[in-house]
Design a protein around this ligand. Structure first.
Ligand SMILES: NC(=O)c1ccc[n+]([C@@H]2O[C@H](COP(=O)([O-])OP(=O)(O)OC[C@H]3O[C@@H](n4cnc5c(N)ncnc54)[C@H](OP(=O)(O)O)[C@@H]3O)[C@@H](O)[C@H]2O)c1
Length: 337
């Protein structure tokens, strides 16, 4: 089958950084679905892996985590899925990626895609939706049922893929959303998604917050430079507040800065459940089905802002380069073979 992969870790300006390869159709395990991939989206994890994950024994590395497609085979132990189902999922970092015509994935991390969206629109959603949901409703302690009125979250990096979902989910749950964006197009995007207050992350955040009548916030969701924002986050979090970050730190973090406020910090890694096959791994299927329902109920807006056709090495290199510019707005999708 067709796939896009690489043998060497190269910059996107090099044609060999991502190229067309032929690989066997994967074997389907008892808990797996085999999915014919119709659309994928790119995430920073793809570009980070392309730069550092080595090829083993001359085999191409096939990346890609987000996918939407059609089930063509169902593993012996799987329930709730049939051949022909349209699904979407964010995959598993320990298995070959979705940049291939067919892909095997554990059914416990797969959801039925929103009925109201195309496969291409759906492919933009899984990884960022799972990350935003797990951060806001599992780590930061907000209730998914609502009743969060009077509470405020600061989302650092609002216009990226994750921020775009986090803003919408927080607003849907009645949380006041303060976010950051530094360019006219990203300010417009986060405002369109419902942010209540927009700060410029190129400037100190505290004076801008104070100018909006806010001294501290109940929770902070950091989707950008963790070490770079650490001191500001410690200053801005309320006593007993919670900070969650999704970006690896380039240097050690001084947890003592949170002690006076009895504030807490946690990491969110969307891949933890699949990587460790945790007993609650099926939560990701439930979350994806919940997110699909929210889209079908008109509660969330699509985040795909750029669509490239087909899924080719050239288009994937373009998508990686765009993401690496750090100026992506929403999500970039590739569809069709
Ligand atoms: N742990 C996990 O499970 C997980 C899951 C998903 C993503 N991530 C990580 O989270 C990060 C964000 O992912 P993403 O998909 O949202 O990325 P993205 O779509 O590439 O984010 C692009 C946005 O980042 C903003 N930005 C750039 N530099 C910033 C800074 N210094 N401070 C605040 N915002 C900044 C830009 O806004 P302006 O143009 O307005 O400056 C741009 O709109 C990546 O490092 C990714 O690897 C982790």
């Amino acid at each position: 089958m067709k796939a896009i992969g690489y043998f060497e870790n190269l910059p996107t300006t090099d044609d060999k950084s991502l190229l067309a390869v032929e690989v066997p159709i994967p074997a389907v395990g008892p808990n797996d679905l085999l999915v014919q991939v119709h659309a994928v989206s790119v995430n920073p994890v793809d570009t980070k892996q392309r730069k550092r994950k080595p090829s083993q024994e001359g085999e191409p590395v096939v990346l890609g985590y987000d996918a939407a497609g059609v089930v063509t085979q169902v593993g012996a132990e799987v329930s709730g899925f049939q051949v022909g189902d349209q699904v979407y999922y964010a995959g598993d970092i320990t298995r070959p990626g979705t940049n291939s015509e067919f892909h095997a994935v554990d059914a416990r991390i797969v959801g039925h895609k929103p009925r109201s969206l195309s496969l291409a629109q759906s492919a933009a959603l899984p990884l960022t939706s799972l990350t935003a949901y797990e951060a806001i409703f599992e780590h930061l302690g907000f209730s998914v049922q609502g009743g969060n009125e009077g509470k405020a979250v600061l989302i650092i990096g609002g216009a990226g893929g994750v921020g775009s979902m986090a803003i919408q989910m927080a607003k849907m749950a009645g949380i006041k959303v303060i976010t950051t964006a530094s360019r006219p197009e990203t300010i417009e995007w986060v405002t369109h998604l419902g942010a209540d207050i927009v700060l410029d992350h190129r400037q100190p955040l505290a004076p801008q917050l104070q100018a909006n009548g806010v001294q501290m916030v109940d929770a902070i969701f950091n989707t950008a430079d963790t070490a770079g924002y650490w001191k500001q986050m410690a200053d801005l979090i309320k006593p007993f507040g919670h900070i969650c970050s999704i970006v690896e730190s380039k240097e050690p973090l001084d947890l003592t800065l949170l002690m006076a406020k009895s504030a807490s910090f946690s990491w969110e890694l969307m891949f933890t459940r699949s990587m460790f096959q945790t007993p609650d791994m099926i939560r990701q299927q439930e979350i994806l089905n919940q997110v699909a329902q929210w889209f079908d109920d008109g509660k969330l807006q699509v985040t795909a802002t750029k669509s490239l056709e087909p899924i080719s090495a050239e288009n994937l290199r373009e998508a990686h380069a765009l993401l690496e510019s750090g100026k992506s707005v929403g999500k970039i999708v590739l569809h069709g073979w």
